[in-house]
Design a protein around this ligand. Structure first.
Ligand SMILES: Cc1cc2nc3c(=O)[nH]c(=O)nc-3n(C[C@H](O)[C@H](O)[C@H](O)COP(=O)(O)OP(=O)(O)OC[C@H]3O[C@@H](n4cnc5c(N)ncnc54)[C@H](O)[C@@H]3O)c2cc1C
Length: 390
């Protein structure tokens, strides 16, 4: 490693030592996540201290320019920062789709005014963004969307509805795909606009799930207004922005692979237990080892695609979402298996780690649907990597 990068690594380690409270260096339960929002809440003082430290350093968005609230780091420095944060087990200072998905497309397609207006607020965690892509008739076939936006005197008037919008009831703004023209090729009449949700004529209805929780919403627009200045790219040219954003979403989901509310702890316990000699358990240990190796390979491929993407198209990136989310499901299945025959028994009344595992196990089923289902990812791989006919 270059001298400069060695000294940067030392600088990062010292900074983490001084600024990251010990309690922020432990696995993070879902209940202690800090979500970026205009009404941001911290579960404890340490999480606020850690958030403030990361934000003031610009390290929640390490590669963004300093003038937009970023850290101004190079790709190599940012890679070191991320790996040292991981090494010390530091929690993410904030959960923010603005950082992982929207910000990068604003940097790529936004005007100077849009960058100045949104990027600093995003990196400081001041906006909760939700994603208004899917509609009742447009999921896998996203370009089939029919929510309309009509431009009148510098303002879009929006009508229609979005579905499966995660956390829309808590969000401040939505980045949204709308139809601005009826064209033969469906993709050619779509625009990408940013909508302030704090206005009348937006009706947000939570969709109750079997679990009783409602992270999903259906959002209804009835003459809702968005400024023309909040459209990214030209009118009717929003599909390219959407495609790019989906790439960032899929990379983010692929990167979540080895994370989890409880970080495979029972498997660790199992490995050291005397029960190894019991029938079937050696088989389970073999599966765990294979999973760990595959996870390591996914991490290596992720790093390779990040380097390749800097210089253009990385074919392997197209396969990562599929491979990684399928592996995440395998991880939680192994976690449940390691709990033994009663793994999912009586989940309602269980507590602690058993409950966390059960919740993560059930939720992991969603990973192969969100951001584009596994079947659709396989279609993309067969067309764009293997060159098979569509
Ligand atoms: C946890 C989670 C969070 C989400 N959050 C959001 C959000 O915030 N914002 C948002 O806009 N959307 C969100 N979604 C919606 C998500 O993008 C869609 O569910 C997804 O794109 C699939 O669309 P669909 O549900 O309409 O299923 P459909 O498109 O109706 O698909 C149904 C089934 O048919 C299969 N299928 C469809 N087309 C093909 C094909 N061509 N070849 C082979 N098989 C096919 C699919 O794989 C699937 O199994 C979320 C979904 C989940 C699970």
């Amino acid at each position: 490693m270059e001298e400069k990068l060695i000294s940067f690594t030392k600088e990062v380690d010292a900074w983490i030592e001084d600024n990251c409270p010990q309690s922020m260096r432990t696995p993070m339960p879902v209940s202690e996540q800090v979500w970026a929002s205009s009404s941001i809440e911290f579960p404890c003082n340490d999480s606020r201290v850690w958030f403030d430290a990361m934000v003031s350093k610009g390290w929640c968005t390490p590669e963004w320019p300093v003038e937009y609230g970023g850290g101004g780091l190079s790709f190599e420095e940012s890679k070191i920062l991320k790996s040292r944060l991981k090494f010390f087990g530091c929690r993410p200072a904030q959960i923010n789709f603005g950082i992982s998905m929207l910000g990068p497309v604003i940097l790529e397609f936004g005007t100077d005014d849009q960058k100045k207006e949104f990027l600093p607020k995003i990196s400081r965690g001041e906006i909760w963004w939700c994603q208004g892509f899917s509609e009742p008739g447009a999921g896998s076939d996203l370009a089939n969307l029919s929510t309309t936006a009509k431009l009148i005197d510098g303002e879009y008037i929006i009508n229609g509805s979005k579905i499966w919008t995660s956390e829309a009831n808590k969000a401040d703004w939505m980045y949204c795909l709308v139809r601005t023209a009826k064209t033969e090729k469906k993709q050619a009449g779509i625009s990408f606009i940013l909508i302030n949700l704090k206005q009348p004529k937006i009706d947000i209805k939570p969709i109750k799930l079997l679990s009783g929780q409602s992270p999903f919403c259906q959002v209804f627009f009835d003459d809702v207004i968005a400024s023309e200045s909040h459209r990214l790219a030209d009118e009717n040219d929003g599909w390219k922005v959407a495609k790019r954003l989906l790439e960032f979403e899929r990379t983010m989901m692929a990167d979540m692979g080895s994370e989890g509310a409880v970080d495979i702890e029972p498997i660790e316990t199992f490995k050291t237990s005397d029960a190894l000699s019991a029938p079937g358990q050696l088989n389970l240990l073999t599966k765990i080892k294979k999973h760990e190796m595959r996870n390591h390979l996914i991490d290596l491929t992720m790093t390779r695609t990040q380097i390749e993407s800097k210089n253009g198209f990385s074919p392997a990136a197209l396969s990562l979402k599929y491979i990684s989310t399928e592996e995440t499901q395998a991880r939680w299945e192994l976690n449940v298996a390691s709990l033994g025959a009663g793994g999912l028994e009586n989940v309602e009344n269980s507590s602690g780690i058993k409950k966390e595992i059960a919740k993560s196990f059930f939720y992991s089923k969603a990973y192969t649907i969100a951001g584009g289902s596994s079947e659709v990812q396989l279609n993309i791989i067969s067309k764009h990597i293997l060159g098979l006919p569509s």
